[in-house]
Design a protein around this ligand. Structure first.
Ligand SMILES: [Zn+2]
Length: 441
């Protein structure tokens, strides 16, 4: 029997005293994180090696032992989790730096923005308490026995947990070890490829790469409304901040606006999380083969290349439009759309259903640039929503991308056969059925 790990999130219902205690523990972890970050900065400046898991553990222990109040509000294992978070933040920073990107140096976190803390082993600092149906409460060290609600879709052994604050609400996110059979779900039979977009969330091609029907999934309306509300709040905050003298204490109005922004952000995160769960479950119930491209957010968020206007006179624009404005807007909404969270949910649900989820290599396939009919690829600007291929095919960008991906899933790099004179159509894969899976492997 194979075991897999699954997360379930429970809403916590602390009483007033427990809520205050949760806030104090959060403050202790936030303080610890910032203290470690300061130490890491000094090490970096002094040319010392960056923290690794061992050295950060020692530093963490030292900070906790020196600060009695911190020791009272945290457990030895939970502070290790916080230390490891910092190591991960630096690892990501150095990895991006090595890849030639310009990442932001890990930042100090305000208590307002600090998300929560974690525990390693069940029974060490946290214990789930069973009620007749599922779990009814969790005993948290230094906080007390806090009621919780929410039911996991599976039975499992609790392994690790995180206490998270979102807006004014508290959650317990528990990772369970579950038998694979306990999470099995019925999977569908049809095949489909989708392009993840912004205006339209998913552009799907169902069935045959060439002739299959196009179906779309729109972004939910509440998301647009919430994003508008966030932008408005942001404007209010900017105006208030511009008016305030430097280093002045924030006014009540400003604090209220901060609170509103926080609340809206956590509402969006929560609702999107639920929406992505439902959508991925629906897709897996319907499709036995789901294809999309590997997500490389770093590529998508990279600034478009400047296009010099060659031969331009001195008084003419020196650069042609390169879609940068469109991309700036796109980047913002792309981050808002959080495709990574969606793909992750889809990935494990497909696994549970025994469906195949293929993420094709974007760089090799270039789905947004390659014609799904003839296989020719040429660079396209982001603002080119429609384009005509040299072969005569007229393409809508997202639809063509989905068709190119689906065809790749069936036939591999079919365009490579063109040079050798082979007819790309001669390679016949079983189409329009889940049998394609075997062919793909
Ligand atoms: Zn073509």
């Amino acid at each position: 029997m194979t075991a897999v790990r699954r997360k379930a999130t429970f809403r916590l219902y602390p009483n007033a005293a427990q809520e205050a205690a949760l806030g104090r523990t959060l403050a202790a972890h936030c303080k610890l994180y910032n203290t470690l970050l300061e130490t890491a900065r000094l090490r970096h400046k002094a040319g010392l090696p960056a923290f690794n898991r061992t050295s950060v553990n020692e530093a963490t222990k030292a900070v906790r032992n020196k600060q009695g109040w911190m020791a009272q509000r945290t457990t030895a294992q939970s502070v290790q989790v916080t230390g490891e978070r910092l190591v991960r933040a630096f690892d990501a920073f150095f990895r991006r730096l090595a890849a030639g990107q310009t990442p932001g140096y890990p930042r100090f976190k305000s208590i307002e923005r600090y998300p929560g803390w974690g525990y390693k082993a069940h029974g060490d600092g946290w214990t789930l308490l069973r009620k007749a149906e599922g779990f009814g409460a969790v005993r948290l060290s230094a906080i007390g026995t806090v009621s919780l609600r929410g039911r996991a879709r599976f039975e499992g052994v609790p392994k690790t947990a995180e206490v998270l604050r979102q807006g004014h609400k508290w959650y317990l996110s528990v990772t369970f070890e579950v038998a694979e059979t306990a999470v099995a779900r019925p999977g569908g039979q049809q095949s489909m490829a989708f392009d993840f977009g912004l205006a339209t969330l998913l552009t799907q091609v169902v069935g045959d790469p060439m002739a299959g029907e196009v179906q779309t999934v729109e972004n939910p309306r509440w998301l647009k409304r919430k994003l508008q509300a966030i932008q408005e709040t942001q404007r209010v905050i900017s105006a208030l901040e511009a008016k305030a003298p430097r280093n002045a204490k924030p006014t009540c109005a400003l604090l209220r606006a901060y609170a509103r922004r926080r609340r809206l952000h956590s509402q969006v995160a929560r609702q999107r999380h639920d929406f992505y769960h439902q959508l991925s479950a629906r897709l897996v119930a319907r499709f036995g083969l789901i294809v999309t491209e590997e997500l490389a957010l770093a590529n998508l968020v990279r600034a478009p290349k400047a296009r010099p206007n060659e031969g331009a006179a001195a008084d003419e624009p020196q650069f042609l439009p390169n879609g940068a404005a469109a991309k700036a807007g796109l980047n913002r909404s792309l981050l808002d759309a959080a495709p990574g969270g969606f793909l992750q949910k889809l990935r494990y649900k497909a696994e549970e259903a025994g469906s195949k989820f293929i993420e094709i290599p974007t760089r090799a396939v270039k789905p947004t640039q390659r014609c799904h009919c003839c296989g020719a690829a040429s660079p396209k600007r982001l603002d080119e929503r429609r384009w005509r291929c040299a072969c005569g095919a007229d393409h809508e960008r997202d639809e063509n991308a989905a068709r190119t991906m689906l065809r790749y899933a069936y036939e591999g790099a079919w365009w490579d056969n063109n040079g050798s004179g082979a007819d790309p159509g001669a390679q016949t894969a079983p189409r329009n059925s889940i049998q394609a899976q075997a062919w793909v492997e």
